[in-house]
Ligand binder design. Structure first.
Ligand SMILES: O=C(O)CCC(=O)C(=O)O
Length: 289
């Protein structure tokens, strides 16, 4: 029987030594309300504009709600709205600012590299069985041991809304066998018989969860009647670490033709982030796992 314990809370003020030790022990770090509400709200509402008329913000609940048909990553509605969301400058820039950079630096040192691929998650209700299955990002991103994921809650998310769940210590046993699965990403990894305790908590807007490339994580099913969980995430590493070349493409650019950088950049006022990875010295293109 699996059981749940709350996420262990970390604070940036604890400093890199303590945080790195905790990360090495549990495989993840959870920072409460590290990103300002204003920044999260600005992006959340820009995303909600892209998700019209399928999802809207409910002011009494302070969460997004589903208006019509439920959908998940790769469904026709998702394929239609996602390129709009991917075109938002604030979505990409989110992870390149001092607040997110500070946390990355505490973990991998002064010189960070943020993966070009940025992911947006739209977890609607009534799609039970299609939530993110347990997996390791080392496999999905062909990443080395110093890569980590950064996940940010754009609004509060309580139990029943598809919270992110982590398997503490699971990063210590390397990259695991996988099989195909329903749900976001379509791949599930092996879970060992003695791994029965997961860490999960309600999250607040601006909470950040950082996880090791081998830390197994998944989403809980969204069992709510109408609330939708919207979050964003990316990957990062120490500058110079090997990065698999597919990570320089937009998320789902491999299957949605219009989802390419040229289209994404079309209406950006600020061009400084465009193709920022072009001089990165260490891309590789042979599959590792
Ligand atoms: O938010 C989700 O449902 C999935 C997040 C995830 O798996 C990731 O960031 O690697």
């Amino acid at each position: 029987m699996a059981n749940n314990l709350p996420l262990i809370i970390s604070r940036a003020e604890e400093g890199s030594e303590i945080l790195q030790q905790r990360f090495a022990e549990y495989g993840y770090l959870h920072f409460k309300k590290h990103i300002a509400d204003e920044k999260c709200n600005k992006l959340l509402h820009a995303i909600l504009e892209c998700l019209k008329p399928h999802i809207q913000f409910d002011n009494s609940k302070q969460t997004p709600v589903l208006i019509g048909e439920p959908f998940f990553e790769t469904d026709p509605i998702w394929d239609k709205v996602y390129p709009k969301m991917q075109s938002l400058y604030d979505f990409h820039n989110f992870f390149h600012q001092p607040d997110t950079q500070q946390l990355m630096q505490l973990l991998v040192g002064e010189d960070t590299f943020v993966y070009p691929m940025k992911m947006g998650r739209i977890a609607t209700p009534k799609k039970i069985g299609y939530e993110t299955p347990p997996h390791q990002d080392a496999h999905s991103h062909q990443a080395g041991p110093t890569m980590a994921g950064m996940w940010v809650a754009l609004h509060d998310a309580k139990e029943g809304m598809g919270r992110l769940k982590l398997l503490p210590g699971s990063h210590k046993q390397g990259v695991r066998k996988t099989h195909t699965a329903e749900g976001v990403g379509g791949v599930q990894c092996e879970i060992f018989a003695d791994e029965t305790t997961w860490h999960v908590s309600d999250v607040e807007q601006g909470d950040v969860i950082i996880f090791h490339s081998c830390c197994v994580h998944k989403a809980e099913p969204n069992t709510s009647k109408e609330t939708v969980r919207i979050s964003i995430d990316t990957r990062f590493c120490d500058y110079g670490a090997p990065v698999f070349v597919s990570n320089i493409e937009p998320h789902h650019g491999w299957r949605i033709e219009e989802l390419n950088w040229q289209n994404i950049y079309q209406n950006w006022q600020d061009q400084s982030l465009q193709y920022y990875w072009q001089d990165y010295p260490n891309f590789f293109n042979e599959l590792r796992y």
